[in-house]
Design a protein around this ligand. Sequence first.
Ligand SMILES: [Cu+2]
Length: 332
Amino acid sequence: MYPWFQIVTLMVLVALSLGHTIPRPGVGCTSLNRRKSWNDLTNLEKAEYIRAERCLMSHPPVVGTTEGAQNLWDELQWTHIWQGNYIHFVGHFLPWHRYLIRTHELLLQTLCGYTGAQPYWDEVTDYESGPLHESSVFDPVFGVGGNGFGEEGCIRDGPFRDTILHLKAGGDNEDYCISRRFDQTTFGWANRSNIEACHALSKYTEAWVCYNTYPHSAGHAALGGVMFDTIYSNGDPIFYLHHAYVDRMWWQWQQADLANRLTEIGGPNVPSQEVLQSVGLPPPSSTLVDYNGDEGDTTTLAHVLWMHGIRPNVTIAEVMDLGGGVICAEYF
Ligand SMILES: [Cu+2]
């Protein structure tokens, strides 16, 4: 039998370990993935990430049910194309993309022998350091290549210059290139005061809208081409570096009041008609809306995040803690 004070001490320790000292590895996560800025990777680490990314592009499909998908890269893009009118402009926007980033990181590691973690593109630092095209992430050798050219805006340099994307929405599949049209003006949205304005918001329902509006849109609009398309954007590898950066901002916001923000969620489940019309997308089908696990049109912790079978479904509750068992990461 334990004396009463030992039991009390134990309870205090358990309470402390639940509420504080985050990030900590959760069940199923023995060592956290150390996610670093692209600018802080060695050339060897950059080359290794690019190699693994190219491996995903030549890896056979793993689900096999996506019509027209010729490789795993296509399947990953399909998770985003298929749900494009559902996972944006909603409360589950940040959690869904957090899980997509983790899915991508795990595929690199488990199927392509990558031993690093998902890096991120530190946009505000690069914005403050010089013009967009000078960001180290666009290096033709140790980066994703640079701007596009010509009418279609296809990229011509870098390790992904020959990448062909295959999937289009609505079954009208066709081959297309990774296109980019750099725009320095919209890159200005990545400025520090826009981020600080979001960090200062105390409610999730306001914060997610804020991060979405400028800090997130900056990377998409400034890249142009495939990245500037609401549904096709993750066909360009820069997407994963950009969204890891967005995820890092949300985690910074959570860390500022972890006791409350490990469980704080909200926002609509379905984008508004006006927003969908403005980006030219139809309302999400019942196939998407009916599986989400929520009772009404408000995003809750019970909301189901779907990776189209590439990874098992998880709930938002399971991805709230960056250091938990599902995400198992930390940002530097
Ligand atoms: Cu997206």
